[in-house]
Ligand binder design. Structure first.
Ligand code: NAD
Length: 481
């Protein structure tokens, strides 16, 4: 065994407080920068999954009965442990997912912040007293935890996505079974380790891995599970929401794909727009659901904008995420490389101009060059399908209304961005753009303090902010005579 695999592994399931490393089945985990196998991931059997759901159900009454302050202390202790272990967790995350170490470290810190935020917000879950129309009856509105949750998270933020779901569920008094992405398991396991070391009672958090379709089918149907939360593609989200509907109309939160428009209007501060958008676009090699993707730029600014993005793209240092100074790592898996190749070829065939990139980098690992495609026609696939990769796609617009029409042309509505210096434009955008989040002259639309979520094909329900607790709570009316 090499040093790399010793530092990375071993990988385990975590069920009812027990670390399980032995299984009849499993899969290899790869380093996306080299294509090498770095560990073997055990899969949960059907009886493991059942045990995880039963453990979440068994531990629920006692966890729910703790005071909000007691639950909050465990979350805060866990956040502190994540910070103490940040260097190691960031290395694991970068090794399994590919992102640059600096980004991985930020992910660990933001995950810890998220736990702190939820720890505090769990202490502010208030009910309501309703003025009664009857002299002998009092009305109270109670907020209570929904129960054991099944959570499914993707590979692009291997720690942050699990942290968001687990923190909101636990702070609300729910227990949880989490299935992180099999391609990036170690960061989620470290989250469970931090919770365990912080004193989380057995069974409150369980982690299983396996064939995603089989695990989700079994877990969502399980009688112990009361809520489903998923982050990933629209197609899979629609499938899981269907399963939840069939098995007892279980409530869902769905954080699905996007295709974020960026509207650069005639009166935009172009230098500021480029300086914010270029690093944001290539963060995590574009594998971010709120990544800016469709750049609609006013005709008078378009060519200068393209030059600015090309300049930023060509300066990026590309390499293995764990190497010093690297700014953009590989894509997370070979599927993404083929997807980039196909989308670029299709766009060029339809008349787009490839200003830089468009090619694979090196001959091992999943590296794809930062790419800028200019004047991409509306019919190109990349103008309609979420690229989820390091590609800037531009088209020209001529006025604000045209920009809003383009933003709303696709059925997605997660993040959107605009650059303008006019109050009138901001008011038109705030009213007209269909999206869960709109950043105007700003890109920071994801933070623990604020609600994060989409509309239309990008899903429903919020994570983060005071809104992030609501999906884990049921509302009960108590009428007391
Ligand atoms: P995919 O649709 O196969 O998988 C997306 C995620 O869903 C993965 O983590 C996978 O393990 C999980 N998944 C797949 N089928 C499942 C099932 N039946 N039950 C439970 N989980 C299931 O796509 P992919 O090739 O991994 O990623 C490509 C696309 O996914 C991207 O283009 C992007 O649109 C989307 N994606 C979105 C996010 C996000 O943050 N919203 C994250 C990752 C991927």
């Amino acid at each position: 065994m090499t040093l790399m695999t010793e530092k990375y592994g071993p990988l385990t399931l975590f069920i009812d407080g027990e670390w399980i490393s032995v299984s009849d089945s499993g899969e290899d985990v790869y380093n996306p920068a080299t294509g090498e196998v770095i560990a073997r991931l055990p899969h949960a059997s059907a009886s493991d999954i059942d045990r995880a759901a039963q453990a979440a159900a068994r531990s629920f009454p006692a966890w729910r009965a703790l005071t909000a302050l007691e639950r909050s202390r465990i979350l805060r202790r866990t956040a502190d442990l994540l910070r103490e272990r940040a260097d190691h967790i960031a290395w694991l995350l970068s090794t399994e997912q590919g992102k640059a170490l600096g980004e991985a470290r930020i992910e660990v810190m933001v995950s810890a912040e998220t736990l702190d935020w939820c720890a505090e917000e769990g202490r502010r879950i208030y009910g309501r007293i309703v003025p009664s129309p009857y002299p002998q009856v009092e009305y109270r509105v109670l907020k209570q935890p929904v129960g054991p949750v099944a959570a499914f998270t993707p590979w692009n933020f291997p720690l942050m996505m699990p942290a968001r779901k687990v923190a909101s569920a636990l702070a609300s008094g729910c227990t949880i079974v989490l299935k992180p992405a099999e391609e990036t398991p170690a960061a989620a396991i470290e989250l469970a380790r931090a919770f365990h070391d912080a004193g989380l009672p057995d069974g409150v958090l369980n982690i299983v891995f396996g064939n995603p379709a089989e695990v989700s089918e079994q877990l969502i149907a399980h009688e112990a599970i009361r809520k489903v939360t998923f982050t990933g593609s629209t197609a899979v989200g629609q499938h899981l929401a269907g399963l939840a509907a069939r098995h007892g109309a279980k409530r869902c939160t769905m954080e699905l794909g996007g295709h974020a428009p960026v509207l650069i209007l005639e009166d935009a501060d172009l230098e500021r727009a480029i300086s914010l958008l270029a690093p944001f676009k290539f963060r995590n090699a574009g594998q971010v659901c709120i990544s800016p993707t469709r750049f609609y730029v006013h005709d008078s600014l378009h060519d200068r904008f393209v030059d600015g993005m090309v300049c930023a793209a060509t300066k990026l240092k590309i390499g293995s995420g764990v190497e010093e100074g690297v700014q953009m790592g590989p894509l997370a898996n070979p599927r993404r490389v083929s997807a980039m190749r196909e989308l670029v070829d299709d766009a060029i065939a339809q008349g787009a101009r490839c200003m830089t990139g468009g090619n694979l980098v090196g001959n091992r690992g999943n590296f794809f060059a930062p790419t800028v495609l200019a004047d991409v026609p509306e019919s190109a696939r990349i103008m309609n399908e979420e690229p989820f990769g390091p590609i800037v796609v531009t088209a020209r617009i001529h006025n604000t209304q045209e920009a809003i029409t383009q933003a709303n042309r696709l059925p997605f509505g997660l993040a959107s961005y605009a650059f303008t210096s006019s109050a009138h434009n901001i008011s038109m955008l705030a009213d007209g753009v269909e999206a869960g989040m709109l950043g105007v002259n700003a890109i920071a639309v994801s933070t623990p303090e604020a609600p994060f979520g989409g509309v239309r094909h990008s899903g429903y329900g919020s994570e983060g902010g005071i809104e992030g607790m609501e999906p884990y709570l049921v509302t009960k009316l108590l009428a007391q005579g």
